[in-house]
Design a protein around this ligand. Structure first.
Ligand SMILES: [Zn+2]
Length: 459
């Protein structure tokens, strides 16, 4: 078993990463030297000069760790869209449209986080489960509650997960129930500022592993005054921003009728679209909207499973990537009924194919699909789940390169109870990653490191 920390040590491993969209870099017996703050100092391949000497030196000083045969190193997953309080309803409440789902199931559940004991219980389970699923970075919506959101921050720090956490702002009495909303514009804004100060001044957060996020739920939940104020806070603090954009016909149409412009145009007018903005779903963007996101260098969180239940549309991932947009992958717990980024990788591939081919057997083949190539493969899915999401969030993780933090997981293909089967006769190179993406399960996820430290170990 590896030591509890890889800081100041060197790992000898084989595995995969995908810093470049559409390409997989196969790593075979590489040496990854990790520094005292969990940063990758050097990645040396067998063909590189100095490899033998570096390996000998690490071994002689007792600082060499090795992954066993059959184990593969991957970057940890970056989940770009999680509603932390909705974890108790993961896999449930999938029977009604978005606007009904919020009022019927989700606002009542989120309101329970006023109870701090409940918040601690739910958030502890969530963060532990996500780490065990290989999610080393998560972008979290919390609730409107200041104290419960602070508990989520504390738990991420206690368990060592890299996280971005936002107190949800939602103050419009027309759309938010009396029992669950910010009491006023001032409550929404001062609560947001207070959470930012709490995270940045947290004594357990010297490395900035947890970051604060300005979090308007979405335009339909917020008054214009709150949106305006949050845009100003985002400009002042330089924080990340997260919200939802043009998710469903209802959400997209709501903004058009209230503001007379698209969701993206409206958020942009409020100063909420910038390099550190993560916009969930984005299924119904216009061509001009996409251009705005590109110019602002903002990012989209693609949530393929959730979109199948609540959006009524498939996000055109391939077009967005080809246009040069930053895109990450999101589970959208609990709109998407799985906490697994691997399952969302599979869904991203599947829905991209169905968008291209179409689905209705009652239509002739030529009239069944989008009419343009939209399919992606496991390489794109793995990229957006790791390096792509990290770039979208502007965080130095998601790949094994010098200067990046060592956030990584082990896929143990020989794990008892695992679901991946490799065949020496057939499986080689990036084909092994393809099998991991499509068939690995939680039992195959072994050690998880964040910042070079073990945060979850099997056994
Ligand atoms: Zn969401």
């Amino acid at each position: 078993m590896p030591q509890p920390t890889l800081r100041n040590r060197t790992l000898l491993a084989s595995g995969f990463h995908a810093p470049v969209l559409g390409e997989v870099d196969v790593l075979t017996d590489v040496l990854i030297a990790i520094g005292r703050k969990g940063e990758i100092v050097a990645v040396t391949r067998p063909a590189d000069p100095g490899y033998a000497e570096a390996r000998f030196a690490a071994e002689a000083s007792g600082r060499l760790e090795r992954l066993p045969e059959g184990s593969y190193l991957l970057p940890g997953f970056v989940d770009c869209h999680v509603h932390a309080p909705q974890y108790p309803q993961l896999g449930a409440a999938l029977d009604v449209p978005l606007e009904v789902w919020l009022q019927k199931y989700t606002f009542p559940l989120e309101a329970r986080y006023q109870d701090l004991a409940f918040a601690r219980r739910a958030y502890s389970l969530l963060v532990a489960d996500l780490i065990a699923n290989g999610t080393t970075t998560a972008l979290y919506f919390a609730t409107v509650h200041q104290d419960a959101t602070r508990i989520l921050v504390d738990i991420c720090l206690e368990k060592g997960q890299r996280a971005l956490v936002g107190k949800v702002a939602m103050d419009d009495p027309e759309t938010c129930p009396d029992y669950y909303r910010d009491a006023s514009v001032d409550a929404a804004l001062s609560g947001t500022r207070a959470l930012i100060e709490y995270v940045r001044g947290h004594p357990g957060n010297p490395e900035g592993r947890v970051k604060p996020v300005v979090t308007p739920r979405f335009i339909p939940s917020c008054t214009d005054a709150t949106l305006q104020g949050l845009g100003e806070i985002a400009g002042d603090c330089g924080c990340h921003v997260q919200t939802h954009v043009s998710e469903s016909d209802w959400a997209h149409g709501y903004v058009l009728s209230r503001h007379g412009i698209t969701d993206t145009e409206s958020l942009d007018r409020f100063g909420l679209i910038g390099r550190h903005s993560m916009l969930a779903h984005a299924n119904l963007l216009t061509v001009a909207d996409m251009e705005t996101l590109k110019v602002r260098q903002a990012a989209v969180a693609h949530c393929p499973l959730s979109n199948a239940f609540f959006a009524g549309a498939v996000f055109p991932l391939k077009s967005a990537l080809e246009k040069g947009l930053h895109v990450g992958l999101g589970t959208d717990i609990s709109g998407g009924p799985s906490a697994s980024m691997l399952e969302n990788c599979r869904a991203a591939v599947t829905v991209s194919r169905m968008l291209e081919s179409g689905t209705d057997p009652g239509r002739p083949p030529h009239a069944r699909g989008s009419g343009i190539p939209t399919r992606i493969d496991f390489r794109h899915a793995f990229h957006v789940a790791t390096a792509g999401g990290a770039k979208a969030l502007d965080l130095p993780v998601g790949e094994f390169s010098p200067g990046y933090q060592f956030d990584a997981i082990v896929i143990d293909t020989r794990a008892k109870g695992g679901s991946i089967r490799l065949w020496d006769e057939f499986d080689h190179g990036e084909g092994i990653l393809q099998k991991i993406v499509f068939t690995a399960s939680k039992a195959n996820i072994g050690t998880v490191w964040i910042g070079g430290e073990v945060v979850s170990a099997d056994g």
